[in-house]
Design a protein around this ligand. Sequence first.
Ligand SMILES: NS(=O)(=O)c1ccc(NC(=O)NCCO)cc1
Ligand SMILES: [Zn+2]
Length: 226
Amino acid sequence: EWGYSPTNGPDVWARLFPQAGGARQSPVDICTSIASSDSNLEMKKLTFAYESQSDLRILNTGHGWKVEAPQSGSRLEGGPLGEDIYQLEQFHCHWGETSAEGSEHTVDGRAYAGELHLVHWNTTKYQSFAEAAQHPDGLAVLGVFFDVGNESNDEIEKIVSTLSEIKFKGQFTDIPDVIDPTTFLPSGLGYWTYLGSLTTPPCNECVIWIVYKEPITVTEEQVTYH
Ligand SMILES: NS(=O)(=O)c1ccc(NC(=O)NCCO)cc1
Ligand SMILES: [Zn+2]
């Protein structure tokens, strides 16, 4: 089973998952000095629309939590996504042992306490998430960094308050509260974008990454492994 130790971590993933050795692998360090601002992106605004959902299923993936949130009514389009419409499939989180680490992307070498991923797939061109994940423009993932501060994030709280029920890998439970993914996004909507991959095996090179510049604030308890 893949993981993050020296014997099963990213350096050996390519043995079992060939795409992990590819040319557009994620995550990356975002070097802000060489990131170019594409005036074209200014014209095509990135737009998103989500529904609020209750009774979403949350799963302990063994590497964090994942909320299955297939939303046929959701739409992510514009910006780097051309003319295609992308639909929300799931969202999940990466965090670390301490609030000094945990994000997958880094910005000028700096890691954040954690990183939320909202995973979407191209419903204009493909018939299913699994099919979309086999194509270079199949998925679009919004990345939002977590900064640790004194304010807790109410929406994240609705999620982490269920973690005590799913202590072990493979366990799942329902989130009774209504969740609106829009509330996970920062107020400043500036982002970096690049063509990359799934950050974990099978590391398919199928993701158009959109990483927001502004982190959202959560408390230490909300992003540290217990
Ligand atoms: N961290 S990430 O790049 O957003 C990511 C998203 C989905 C996957 N995998 C996935 O969706 N597999 C399909 C069945 O679970 C792996 C990594
Ligand atoms: Zn992720």
